[in-house]
Design a protein around this ligand. Structure first.
Ligand SMILES: [Zn+2]
Length: 298
């Protein structure tokens, strides 16, 4: 078994969003099933055809609406847990995501309804906020089944409720370890950091990602948007690119520069993958970091 055999990626046509099903001899992990009805249905069909005797986990990397939009298609399986014990699905997220207040949850669900209305999308499952059965509260918390271990790290910064998960499997025959790092909306090769929560927390999460690469056997990185990579040089450069971007944002805000026509940023944005759209996220980042550093002015 190699990392590439362990994972079946389902890339959405939208925003290169990267759902996936990770299967080891011991368990199945369904990651952020999304976006469009046909895409969610194909993930659901794929999972339904897998061995029924393995424990199943539905993993949410964070609560952004695009990542939880498919939950309702899998929710009935957790409700029917007592009837069909073997196909019961446990739902994993950070404690913070599980603890979102009713109004926070409602705001996220409203974004889904808004999206579906805008594109006249009908779904054959209800729009629901994930009902979490395994909330992760501790860094390094683990869940072990047979030769497979899931290790969780809280990953705030993009949002306040991010979770990085490592699925490691030790092969019986070779005794070799393989591991997939499920990063959520970090370490993308397509998006620069989108900072909705805190630039400081984001930087700390990147430091933690470096530590994860050192302390775990990571043979594959699965980002929430963009391309999977098995190359450690690439993984490290994604971390340092993100760090450089955030340091530049923070330096700019600290120096209080007027950046409306900053040439360096212009070049950066023009060379980004989807400049017309990504410009907006960059500008939002600039205002968030400015607010962080000059709270009295907001
Ligand atoms: Zn996302």
């Amino acid at each position: 078994l190699e990392a590439i055999d362990m994972i079946t990626p389902f890339r959405s046509a939208l925003y290169m969003t990267q759902a996936a099903v990770v299967e080891t001899p011991d368990l199945i992990v369904i990651v952020d099933p999304c976006w469009l009805p046909d895409e969610v249905a194909s993930i659901h069909q794929y999972v339904a055809a897998l061995a029924a005797d393995k424990p199943r986990y539905l993993l949410f990397t964070h609560s952004d609406f695009d990542h939880i939009i498919g939950y309702g298609a899998f929710a009935h399986e957790s409700v029917n847990a007592s009837v069909q014990a073997c196909s019961a699905v446990q739902v994993i997220s950070s404690q913070r995501m599980a603890d979102k207040s009713a109004s926070e949850q409602e705001a996220i669900l409203e974004q889904i309804r808004e999206f579906d209305d805008r594109y006249y999308i009908e779904r054959d499952y209800p729009i629901m906020y994930p009902s979490v059965t395994i909330p992760v509260a501790q860094n390094g918390q683990q869940l072990a089944v047979g030769g497979t271990t899931l290790t969780f790290y809280l990953a705030p910064g993009h949002t306040d409720d991010g979770l990085m998960t490592i699925v490691e499997h030790i092969c019986d025959s070779s005794n070799e370890s393989i591991g997939v790092l499920i990063a959520g909306d970090y370490l993308s090769d397509v998006e620069f950091p989108y900072i909705y929560h805190s630039s400081e927390a984001y930087l700390n999460t990147l430091v933690q990602a470096t530590r994860i690469l050192e302390q775990h056997t990571i043979t594959m990185l699965l980002p929430g948007h963009g391309n999977i990579t098995c190359d450690h040089v690439e993984m490290r450069s994604r971390i340092s690119n993100s760090e450089q971007y955030i340091h530049a944002l923070r330096a700019e805000a600290a120096q209080n520069m007027n950046t409306a026509n900053n040439e360096q940023w212009e070049e950066f944005l023009v060379n980004s993958r989807f400049p017309r759209h990504m410009r907006h996220y960059h500008e939002e980042n600039q205002s968030l970091v400015a607010r962080e550093q000059h709270p009295s002015r907001s």
